[in-house]
Design a binder for this molecule. Sequence first.
Ligand code: FES
Length: 498
Amino acid sequence: MAQWVTIWRAAQLVGVPRGTLQQRVRTGEIELNDGLVSTEALLALYPQVRLEETGLLERVVQIRDEAFGKRVRERLLPSQEVLAQRLFHQSQELADVQRHLQRYHALVLALRDELRVCDAEAGGSDPRFADLLRQLNDGLARALATESVDVLDVMDDMLKVVSAQVTVRPSGHQFVVEGRDSLLQAGMKAGLKLNYGCGNGSCGMCKVRVTAGEVARCMPSDYPLSETEKAQGYVLACAHTAATSELTLETLEAAGPEDIPPQAIVATVRATRALAPDTMLLHLQTPRTHRLRFLAGQAVTLALATGGSGGSATEDAHAEHPVASCPCDDRNLHFYIPRRAGDALAERLFGGALKAGDAVTVHGPAGRFVLDETPLPLVFAACDTGFAPIKSLIEHALSLDAAPSMSLFWLATRPDGHFMANQCRAWSEALDSFEYSALTHDDAAVGASLVAQAMRADLFGIDSAFYLAGPEAFVRTLAAELAAGGVPASRIRAEVVA
Ligand code: FES
């Protein structure tokens, strides 16, 4: 018999992006019943699905392989306590089902005995008794027959133990908690804009209300919840994980940049590396207890503290740069710094005066170049270091796993301008629904027209959301070409990155 699963779980089971299934729902290939998909329908669409193909069996085999050891177990499995709690809840559910089945079975047998008595009393004169008895016996034989097990049902049961599915109200967003992640970590990995501050249990900003399911503490916390809050089901998302395979939380999420508070964090240079003759990677790390909350696509101001007169510190080298990394890793911030005249920070970086261990103050975040919540295909176009916010957006979109497809066009105006080409090719090779095109022209405006030509070939006719980032000439020209091609302004977001 088919089971019913959410779209999120269905995508996990068959190993495709959630956006792909949502697209199939829109085209009518998948029918939803109360928001759920039947495992029978899934198997009809993905008959090739086997445990091996989603990697689940492989994971289990790896877990059994002691040589592979602790690392895999820790990455994939929750703690022993959480695992025990999930198994306990699942066993309770199974025991309930078993008890019901036994009662139904006893009821059916009792009805059959009653029918036999009625049939005997009627002396076989009423054929309806014989018909009912035959139907009952056939039905019982079918119900008790041994059938091959639906592989998706087995996988679903396994997933319920090793991972938990969380639904957030009122947004309806869903995410999966895997391994030893807290609710906050798992939500951020899934691209949700959950409220939080310190990330270590001391500020109380990540409070959520548990309305269904149970949680388990996964980290000590200092923040004192009141007795009333505890009674109402409030917990700290950064210090708790899911103890049941399904959990519903009530919390507000950031709707946009206006909900992210301004911050000032003294971070440390973790590494610097030349990506191309004119582009350097700057990797900053924030303190564990003071992370940067930002949205993908936003920028920050980086400032170098230097000694001022009278022993006071001043910030004499500062510049705004887009964050190139994903908000899901809020401690490790990556920047692609171009060699730029008049940018004192860039000059120090290229001159070798900024080294691992140095302090850099991060102010921000700023900017409205963020991903819209849309079920449309996403088209990204970057020029030179405009790739930084685009990369952050792509990583965020991959976390959300909701876009039916993504296309990336990257124009380089300098030699070695595609300084992260390997990363782009890796996305393209790993994801069926990701296309990457690299273009080169030394004039950003002419290059933008080339990008438009490449897009026009197959994207102008499709209702898509466009994200453009790069020098002003690139952004302005490409936006104009898109508008001339019939793309509504509401579908175009643009960011000038010098
Ligand atoms: S983020 Fe500060 S207590 Fe959870």
